[in-house]
Ligand binder design. Structure first.
Ligand code: OAD
Length: 254
């Protein structure tokens, strides 16, 4: 565990910490990642016909049904020790910012007070026409199934179709979230990048920005990624296993 010790030392001495997460942190809760072989969503489903504005225009029932299936899946699982350890890190360091690419709510349910959702949320639908938030969706009544079409609800203001509140391919990231993320990354002493392939931009720029500004980057991932060369410490393994060890070494009383 020498590398975890090195990471713990960095964390212990850091005043400003950014935690940057991707699908890998939710993998051990049972939420599929996007690009892992066999189980990744983009290995099994066609992103162009499910996760683009054009896809929603062409077949809103297919797209809404698919996101309802994902929302149902996420609602039926629980935060894992990795999410809980992130919440502990946030509570322990003087200033912490959690930036996630995930559209699930597992960080919130683990006790993270205010994650920055760079890619939106499955729980924040809005009108595709006028943008009015649609309010929290009702709990999914039953398992919609991977390919089931469901008619999206209509907007109470303009009658337009309600769309998932996630960022699709070809869309810009929410401006306020991106600004908050860039600000936190450029002022960080330590940035932890956890469970992300580091392939999707502009999100993948965040750890690079932190490194350029002088932060020590610590990566947790079972696989090599393009972030290996950016990270000062590479912890090869699962988030649910390594993060609790890291917290226990940094704050033995946690
Ligand atoms: P990816 O599926 O691209 O990458 C998941 C990463 O998690 C991989 O590097 C895995 O090796 C790693 N991983 C798998 N299991 C893990 C575990 N137990 N612990 C730690 N790491 C593990 O997911 P993201 O990088 O999050 O965008 O993908 C980025 C964006 O691409 C997503 O936000 C989504 C997708 O298209 C939108 O939907 C806009």
């Amino acid at each position: 565990m020498p590398d975890v010790r090195e990471a713990a030392k960095l964390l212990e001495n850091a005043a400003r910490v950014v935690v940057f997460t991707g699908a890998g942190i939710s993998a051990e809760s049972g939420v599929p990642t996007f690009r892992d072989a066999l189980t990744g969503l983009w290995e099994r489903f066609d992103a162009q016909s499910l996760a683009t504005p054009q896809a929603f225009r062409d077949d809103p029932e297919l797209v809404w049904g698919w996101y309802e299936w994902r929302r149902h899946k996420v609602s039926s699982v629980h935060p894992n020790p990795g999410h809980l350890a992130v919440a502990t890190i946030e509570a322990r360091v003087p200033a912490a910012t959690l930036i996630t690419q995930n559209v699930d709510d597992l960080h919130e349910r683990a006790g993270s007070p205010d994650p920055v959702h760079l890619h939106g949320s499955l729980f924040a639908p809005r009108c595709a026409d006028c943008g009015k938030p649609a309010g929290p969706p009702a709990a999914p009544a039953d398992e919609p199934g991977e390919g089931r079409r469901i008619r999206p609800p209509s907007c109470s203001r303009c009658g337009g179709l309600i769309r998932p509140g996630v960022v699709w391919f070809g869309e810009s990231l929410p401006e306020a979230a991106l600004e908050a993320a860039a600000r936190a990354a450029s002022g960080a002493d330590v940035l932890l990048t956890i469970g992300t392939s580091g392939l999707v931009y502009p999100a993948a720029e965040i750890p690079r920005l932190a490194a350029r500004a002088g932060a020590a980057v610590i990566q947790i991932n079972p696989q090599p990624t393009p972030m290996d060369s950016v990270a000062l410490v590479n912890l090869r393994g699962s988030a649910a296993r390594i993060l609790p060890d890291l917290v226990a070494l940094t704050w033995p009383d946690a």
